[in-house]
Design a protein around this ligand. Sequence first.
Ligand code: FAD
Length: 418
Amino acid sequence: MTRYSIFRLGREALRGHRGWPAAWRDPEPKASYDVVIVGGGGHGLATAYYLAKNHGIRNVAVVEKGWLGGGNTGRNTTIVRSNYLLEPNAHFYEWSLKLWEGLSADLNYNVMFSQRGALNLAHSDAQLDAYARRGNAMRLNGIDAELLDRRQVEEFVPLLDTSDRARFPIHGGLLQPRGGTARHDAVAWGFARAADRLGIDIIQNCEVTGIRREGNRAIGVETSRGHIGAGRIGMAVAGHTSHVAGLAGLRLPIESHVLQAIVTEPVKPLIDTVVTYGAGHFYVSQSDKGGLVMGGDLDGYNSYAQRGNLPIIEDVAQAAVELFPCTGRLRMLRHWGGVMDMTMDGSPIIARTPVDGLYVNGGWCYGGFKATPGSGWVFAHTIAHDRPHALNEAFSLERFEAGATIDEKGAGPIPGAH
Ligand code: FAD
């Protein structure tokens, strides 16, 4: 930090932080844009940024019904990894991970990407075999993977209960050393600032309430701030994908469910990696502020509620104490929920739709945060060229009727999912 910025920080602290310049503009919507992106989460903002940066398309608006990052981008548990078995997922998420590795420099914004490793625990020999298979597939795809035995797990995460007395004794684990975490809000803010500087209009408090069509072509959006014309429209609205697509008359193979997370009071460094349980749906990492960030299972019914409930707290706390007995006395600080867009095969949809000029980015299930830069990259390509990038060709809508689903059960919607 320079002397000037230390001085400025002190001055702003004394003045109640009222003098900082806004990081992005707050423009009035124009009558029309070449591209309108619906949804100001990480995916929508990344798409706008790459539309401008990679394709020179700058007459773009991102319209967000609330505030930037107020959806799942600001509600997730920030795990980033590319430890997938199936080729389409492996290549796509690995590209995303590569973008993460250079993201702070690219955006000139510290997204606090920390490659502290992501470890999936195995609790039986059969599970370890399945991890060996996934690890081998990852390595064949050029992705880092290490199979650990129980002793190596113990060395890597000393506070884990690796004894035979554990409810589900640990047999080993699959480690992706380049996996880790990032600061979720910073990702939205970094993309927003960078997109704004390339001329993108970011319009908050602007809900899309309708999609105007002329024949089979989408030509604009109705919003709470009036009609906005659009040459092309990209939907990146996560848990609301089926609702917004419904505005254009589309029915998607997506269901919305609540996923919850918990953070404990801050404590000194305890866990310096990401650990996922293999005998239930639980995972944990420690934030830079010291809180243990933990997540559990989906609610088993459809819902748009962004709040948590007691049964999940109980499940998560049980698993936490089972794996890390030392967490038994920790107090829970906060608990929240986000609306997840679940596809039927656990893999995303990034594609053209049957309506001309309308594109969908959704179905992220448990794991779309790590996809943020990669998703923006390929969605921008798809919108700019009206055809998919090689990396999202398989993530089409047609795969569900053609039987070409990408069922990623190894690292998809069950243990090790985040
Ligand atoms: P969002 O950030 O939800 O953005 C969509 C935006 O669209 C929202 O801001 C919303 O307000 C806006 N919107 C909706 N409807 C309209 C409308 N009609 N008009 C205008 N705007 C609209 N992923 C991981 O990779 N790792 C994890 O560890 C992880 N953990 C998670 C834990 C929890 C508890 C949750 C809830 C999710 C987790 N995820 C994780 C998933 C991840 O958060 C999401 O897949 C990802 O953030 C989706 O990003 P997005 O930009 O598509 O969505």
